[in-house]
Design a protein around this ligand. Structure first.
Ligand SMILES: [Ca+2]
Ligand SMILES: [Ca+2]
Ligand SMILES: [Ca+2]
Length: 360
């Protein structure tokens, strides 16, 4: 016998994002700025967008088709603009792959593994800059096209640190940049060796642990003026009523339908009302459905409770743990599972509601 009484309702809160249509630079947040290599606005030139190798993020990766697998001059520059808010020392990380190439009958694992990088803008070199192997790169090296190598055979891995190669044996430099708050910079990635593949590019503030920054679950950074979540969906599907509007007159707000997998343009589609249940281990679990594409997310869930239905303040029912599961029958959606693991402190009888808000 379940002693909990459930009352579910969804509240949409209103807030408008920047309506600027022109996208600006990627914005660093919490010491990280991430761009998918394939999302450059530059002409691809001799680069090609591909998807064959698994483990890439975003819509694919880029592969260089010029020069030879061994080497060549800087070619087909790709630009990525980004803005720094947290000043300090940053490292460059590339999520990249190479491929084994047979040259003159020999299996070569030391080719197809690099591109040129340079960063434009007002910044400084690292504190250990110098001309020795393992030093931070000198500003003059950071500002000109310099070979940066990495990658495993047909496997994307992160490369960072002592990866700048000005030439010569045992003569590498660390890619460290002293960026300033409020400044906009431009990374230029140019092709060097043929078949080198780049999936994503990241600058990491030294305060951020490597494992945190290299977690591939991290989304690509937002660009200045970029619409995400409901705002992006509304623009793409031509909704006119905004968050609280009801474009299809089915009695459900556009944002509510968006949040629970409904179609705000279709009177017959109402989405999936969140389900609240008590798990066998005592945990409180809410199941709902959300669009899978990361850029469409942007919904915050909270679980609120009060002890009497008609009166009293709604208060937080506790910290929620999130997880997601694929929905086999609906490939564009995921089931979202929200769980209060420790429900022991909750009262024996209470009313609950799920609050759904646009994420900030
Ligand atoms: Ca990518
Ligand atoms: Ca509606
Ligand atoms: Ca509808």
């Amino acid at each position: 016998m379940n002693r909990f009484l459930f009352s579910l309702s969804a509240l949409a809160s209103c807030c408008l994002l920047n309506a600027d249509d022109v996208l600006g630079p990627y914005i660093e947040k919490d010491g990280i700025v991430i761009f998918e290599a394939e999302n450059t606005e530059s002409e691809f030139g001799l680069w090609t967008k591909k998807t064959e190798i698994e483990g890439h993020q975003g819509d694919g990766y880029i592969e260089f088709g010029g020069n030879s697998p061994a080497s060549g001059p800087a070619n087909s520059p790709l630009e990525y603009e980004f803005k720094i808010t947290k000043p300090g020392l940053y490292r460059l990380h590339l999520h990249c792959a190479r491929v084994m190439v047979v040259i003159n009958g020999e299996n070569r694992h030391d080719v197809a593994n690099d591109g040129y990088v340079r960063v434009e803008g007002d910044y400084g070199e690292g504190p250990n800059a110098g001309n020795e192997h393992g030093d931070d790169g000198l500003l003059s090296l950071l500002k000109k096209n310099t070979k940066f190598f990495g990658g495993k055979n047909r496997e994307f891995v992160w490369a960072s640190g002592n990866r700048l190669d000005p030439g010569g044996h045992n003569n590498k430099r660390k890619a460290v940049y002293d960026f300033k708050a409020g400044e906009t910079y431009k990374l230029v990635l140019s092709g060097r060796s043929q078949l080198f593949k780049v999936d994503r590019i990241m600058f990491r503030h030294m305060d951020v642990p490597v494992a945190v920054a290299e977690d591939l679950e991290n989304p690509e950074s937002l660009r200045d003026g970029q619409k995400i979540g409901f705002q992006k969906y509304a623009e793409e599907s031509g909704l006119i009523g905004g968050l609280s509007g009801d474009d299809d007159n089915d009695g459900l707000s556009n944002f509510y339908e968006f949040s629970v997998g409904g179609d705000p343009s279709d009177f017959k589609s109402r989405g999936f009302a969140p389900k609240l249940m008590r798990a066998e281990n005592g945990a409180l679990v809410i199941r709902t459905v959300e669009r899978q594409k990361r850029s469409y997310r942007g919904v915050n869930y909270t679980l609120q409770m009060r002890e009497h239905l008609g009166s009293g303040e709604w208060t937080s029912a506790g910290e929620i743990e999130h997880s997601r599961e694929q929905l086999a029958e609906k490939p564009d959606f995921e089931e979202v599972i929200l769980q209060i693991a420790d429900a022991s402190s909750l009262p024996a009888k209470a009313f609950f509601r799920v609050k759904i808000e646009e994420a900030q």
